[in-house]
Design a protein around this ligand. Structure first.
Ligand SMILES: Cc1cc2nc3c(=O)[nH]c(=O)nc-3n(C[C@H](O)[C@H](O)[C@H](O)COP(=O)(O)OP(=O)(O)OC[C@H]3O[C@@H](n4cnc5c(N)ncnc54)[C@H](O)[C@@H]3O)c2cc1C
Ligand code: SF4
Length: 525
């Protein structure tokens, strides 16, 4: 039996590849799900026509998510923190100036992600032992089961769409206005290395036989009531229903031992009992922190420093010269609306990825908190009609990384994550903001430079590379099938094996690569 650990995007893509290769698969997963009370509240909301939804009937979705002056809070799903809740047998993680979390949820972090979906570019992965062409089949296959809201525009020249079935969501008026401004100056912006277009997000926009499409209710940040934002637990449900895979939730893998022709998997059940499974092959897709832990423990690499690479995340608020009236009452989606990609060797030889967010109700609290008693005199609506947010990412080469080690303590193992700063990071974000400051007449956007916020390493959740793929792997590196050096039957298939982390979104490439490994398994010796 082939066992896959996890049910996040990497696991499900690997399973799809294995199934395409004709293999029978069992998924083992910590598999924590949304609480039943919230599932019932969600069901009842879905059964109510959208025209009858009120602030009260949707208030459970907003629970636990308020934004202060320190920025956008950690995203929850349907008012629940279940995507981040610890499972029995989970590793103790000590974050030191690092801000990240593992997931033990059915669907992993895709239950809560922003669904931004952009492939990598050859120029950004020159240090990889793969070419972008090696990922193409995976990029296409993924869009066979994951919806994409996107359109063909200037960005497709650099980042192919890999599907002709994408349907765009309606754009907000602020985003449409900005896009029109940018298009008017496309030639100049292009010469300055700024390319832009509609966002690409894994959202089903249209009505289907299974349910309505997007009703522009603006609740995306809290969890889509109609589950239109893709989560890999949706594909898991389809796979289970089709009888193509077996699924065993409530099992948290601790370690494995590779014998001559089998792998013995050691795990803990949700009741605390020990479990042992025997696998023909084992595929680890437990997310960067857990796959790294399982490998360090199984390979007896205690107290060994391994580096997790991270793509630096930052927030840059901007004011648009032209305002848009009535954004507070506008029907819109609140995921990323536009993507801007910056190619400028004076800043970085790699792409810089900027996701543009227009009004959503989480913008309100930080502004009101800053204004305090002055809020009565402040033209809040006019201000919000001009306010936009870039959520930006840098290539890992220019980002802080995370020094990681597994320690044995008297209370059990502990994973220690410590920051390794990179002096390039703030210099590059500063140069980028100055670039936008100079281009105000062409973009109509004023960057609010003093309000830029740099995320702590790990905060963008675009991290990986602790056992990077290499053509000739040495200790602590993996081959092109994700097998850490010395192993024949155990494959890491998530971001653990990425050689570096470009700025454009990580998950789509993790999925394409996991599919590649699964689908090519018959050729592995
Ligand atoms: C708020 C937020 C927004 C994000 N937005 C985006 C975005 O817009 N675009 C993007 O590309 N990425 C985004 N990401 C990152 C994205 O969610 C992750 O890259 C992606 O989910 C990683 O997939 P994965 O399958 O490798 O791991 P995960 O999604 O973490 O899944 C791990 C799986 O393994 C299981 N598991 C874990 N440990 C064990 C164990 N020991 N034994 C058994 N099972 C185990 C879990 O139950 C889970 O099913 C975002 C993340 C967050 C938190
Ligand atoms: S606006 Fe967001 S939450 Fe509302 S239906 Fe559309 S995708 Fe779902």
């Amino acid at each position: 039996m082939y066992y896959v650990v996890g049910s996040g995007p990497a696991a499900i893509s690997c399973v799809q590849g294995l199934v395409a290769a004709g293999k029978k698969v069992t998924i083992i997963d910590s598999g924590i799900s949304l609480e039943e009370t919230r599932q019932n509240e969600l069901l009842s909301l879905k059964e109510t026509p959208y025209s009858e939804w009120s602030r009260d009937s949707t208030s459970f979705l907003r629970q636990g998510m308020s934004s202060g002056t320190s920025g956008i809070p950690l995203k929850l799903a349907y008012g629940s923190d279940y995507p981040y809740r610890y499972a029995t047998g989970a590793i103790d993680i000590d974050c030191r100036q690092v801000e990240t979390k593992p997931s033990y949820a059915r669907g992993g972090l895709s239950t809560v992600w922003g669904s931004a979906t952009m492939p990598y570019r050859q120029e950004d992965i020159e240090d990889w032992p793969l070419r972008i062409g090696d990922l193409e089949a995976g990029y296409r296959a993924v869009l066979g089961w994951m919806p994409l809201s996107a359109c063909t525009d200037d960005l497709a020249k650099f980042f192919p769409l890999y599907t002709d079935k994408s349907i765009p969501l309606p754009r907000s008026r602020q985003a449409s206005g900005l896009l029109a401004d940018l298009k008017r100056n496309q030639k100049t912006l292009s010469a300055a290395g700024i390319h832009f277009g509609g966002s690409r997000i894994a959202v089903r926009a249209n009505n289907t036989s299974t349910g309505p499409g997007c009703v522009t209710c603006g609740l995306c940040m809290y969890g889509c009531p109609y589950s239109l934002i893709y989560s890999s637990d949706q594909t898991l449900a389809t796979l289970i229903k089709s009888g193509m895979v077996d699924y065993i939730p409530g099992v948290t893998v601790q370690s494995f031992e590779e014998k001559d022709n089998e792998v013995i998997v050691h795990a803990v059940s949700s009741d605390g009992g020990k479990k042992e499974l025997r696998a023909e092959r084992l595929f680890l897709a437990a997310g960067i922190l857990n796959t790294t832990t399982i490998l360090l423990r199984s390979l007896e690499m205690y107290d060994t420093d391994v580096t997790i690479q991270d793509s630096q995340y930052f927030l840059m608020p901007l004011l648009r010269l032209k305002g848009t009236a009535g954004v507070i009452h506008e029907r819109l989606h609140t995921l990323s609306q536009l993507f801007l990609e910056v190619f400028d060797n004076d800043i970085s030889p790699y792409s810089i990825h900027l996701q543009t967010y227009t009004y959503n109700d989480l913008f309100l609290d930080p502004i009101l908190a800053i204004l305090g008693p002055l809020k009565r005199f402040f033209p809040l609506e006019a201000f919000l009609g001009r306010l936009l947010l870039f959520q930006g990412y840098l290539h890992s080469k220019h980002s802080a990384s995370i020094s990681t080690s597994l320690e044995r303590t008297k209370d059990g193992d502990r994973l220690i994550l410590q920051v390794k700063p990179n002096s390039d990071t703030s210099r590059m974000v500063k140069k980028l903001s100055m670039k936008f400051a100079k281009l105000v007449p062409k973009t109509g956007l004023i960057p609010l430079i003093p309000m830029i916020q740099m995320g702590m390493p790990g905060r963008g959740f675009h991290s990986g590379g602790s056992f990077p793929m290499r053509l000739d792997p040495i200790h602590g590196q993996s081959d092109l099938h994700g097998r850490p050096q010395g192993l024949k039957l155990v494959h890491a298939v998530d971001s653990t094996i990425l050689p570096s982390i470009p700025a454009t979104t990580i998950t789509y490439t993790v999925m394409a690569n996991a599919y590649r490994i699964g689908a090519s398994i018959s050729s592995v010796v």
